[in-house]
Design a protein around this ligand. Structure first.
Ligand code: FES
Length: 159
């Protein structure tokens, strides 16, 4: 994970702005590119992006806050994402998220104090036929149950 205070991170943001600024609707692809490169969208990147795209800082912040995908702070060492879209919602995503929060000692949309894990909602992982779905560190898990979740958390020493 790169800190925006480092010259490298500033170079990364500047390069991504240069790549995207000429395209129509550049903000979303730029935000995705910054998060992919740095793991989150640092606050210090917002004025740079706003100025380059002729937007207000509030507009850029508004888009970042509207989409749960974008992180404003670096993620924990492990990232647990619980799908909350329709199919998973119909098959117990609320209860599964509550269970995950309890087991991980981490609130939804937050990073645990020790930095070990970030727990996030996501909106469809493409496994709707096998709901409820969870992604842990980029690996998909279908038909999740509290028991399966406990095993995953224990294996990662998060429980
Ligand atoms: S709704 Fe959860 S994977 Fe599609």
């Amino acid at each position: 994970m790169t800190d925006l205070s480092s010259p490298d991170a500033l170079d990364v943001v500047a390069a991504l702005i240069a790549r995207h600024r000429g395209s129509p609707g550049a903000l979303m692809p730029l935000l995705h590119a910054v998060q992919d490169a740095l793991g989150h969208v640092p606050a210090a990147a917002v004025p740079l992006m706003a100025q380059a795209l002729n937007l207000s800082r509030a507009e850029v912040h508004g888009v970042i806050r509207h989409y749960p995908h974008f992180r404003e702070a670096p993620a924990g060492r492990h990232v647990v994402q619980v799908c909350r879209a329709e199919s998973c919602q119909a098959l117990g995503a609320d209860a599964l998220m509550a269970h995950a929060a309890q087991v991980l000692h981490c609130a939804e949309h937050a990073t645990r104090e020790d930095g070990a894990v970030t727990l996030e909602p996501v909106y469809c992982l493409g496994l709707c036929a096998s709901s409820p779905a969870v992604m842990v560190d980029g690996r998909l898990h279908a038909r999740m149950t509290p028991q399966k979740f406990d095993r995953i958390a224990a294996a990662l020493e998060l429980a």
